[in-house]
Design a protein. Structure first.
Length: 201
């Protein structure tokens, strides 16, 4: 799935504000998130280790061509081959909706959290439109499910108010879209952030 610009901006803001030295990109696919992080790290690129994990060998071959990952690993994210607490940041972007059950999603999130010291970011679509248009989207996650795991849930995009016209466009872009950040129930996508240092206190 291609990410809308507002999702990319939110993920990069939450990622770069942490100033991570080690990053795990879970379900890295062809390397979009690793590339975007690498691109925005500028002068700190040589000081950051980016590791991608995916179950698809062909995806890893494509990601390798980008040349931004320090390591690419063929593995099931629910059985990661890493020690505990070795990454500052993990991205699980647009992954959990592709899993066949919520049980698998919860297991994946818990496994990833074991490997992370500081922050985990999960993104997933919320709107029914995202699911009706994609046969690969198998599980629709609720805000409460991610909050139950200790994530702060923010919204991006807008799943309501699809009216057309100049006034409707102004209302949508300058009032409702910013409001969806704090009211994720009206958003197209969820950005879920868990600061593990805070949750371990």
């Amino acid at each position: 799935m291609s990410s809308a610009p507002h999702i990319i901006e939110a993920v990069l803001n939450f990622s770069l504000s942490l100033k991570p030295k080690t990053v795990l990109d879970v379900g890295c696919g062809y390397g979009k998130w690793g590339f975007l992080l690498w691109l925005h790290l500028f002068e700190n690129r040589s000081n950051v280790l980016i590791v991608g994990v995916d179950v698809n060998k062909e995806n890893l071959k494509l990601a390798k061509r980008l040349g931004v990952y320090n390591d690419l690993i063929l593995a099931d994210a629910a059985k990661l081959p890493f020690r505990s607490n070795i990454f500052d940041l993990a991205l699980i972007c647009e992954v959990i909706e592709h899993l066949g059950s919520k049980h698998l999603g919860f297991r994946l999130i818990r496994e990833v959290e074991k490997t992370v010291r500081k922050r985990v970011i999960v993104t997933t679509p919320r709107s029914y439109e995202a699911f009706s248009g994609s046969p690969d989207h198998l599980t629709r996650w609720e805000i409460s499910e991610l909050k139950m795991l200790g994530y702060k849930v923010r919204g991006v995009g807008l799943s309501i108010f699809k009216q057309k016209g100049k006034l409707a466009s102004l209302v949508r872009h300058f009032l409702l879209k910013p409001l969806s950040y704090v009211l994720p129930h009206i958003s197209d996508y969820m950005i879920c952030v868990k600061n593990l240092q805070e949750s371990n206190r």
